[in-house]
Design a protein. Structure first.
Length: 88
């Protein structure tokens, strides 16, 4: 019985690791671009934002690109560069 519980825990932990936010910066939060400025920058690039949030040490959005495709994007909060982008 203990082996089944251990196996279940390993499977759950492995699944949660795959959904973790990427490493976007090592800078302290006081060096980050203000959220309002970051949102402005994202919108100026043609994205539409449904959800904007802090995920780990990244700014993350769920929304749409210029072509209307759904996207999930992680941004470096210091310089605004894209660290990881998933199109859905």
């Amino acid at each position: 019985m203990q082996m089944k519980a251990l196996l279940a825990m390993v499977v759950l932990l492995a699944g949660s690791i795959s959904f973790a936010a990427p490493e976007c910066t090592k800078e302290a939060k006081d060096k980050w671009m203000p959220e309002a400025k970051m949102k402005e920058m994202i919108l100026s690039q043609g994205y539409k934002i449904k959800v904007f949030k802090v995920a780990g040490n990244c700014y993350e959005i769920y929304g749409w690109d210029k072509a209307g495709a759904k996207v999930e994007i992680y941004f470096n909060p210091v310089d605004g560069s894209i660290v990881k982008e998933n199109k859905k």
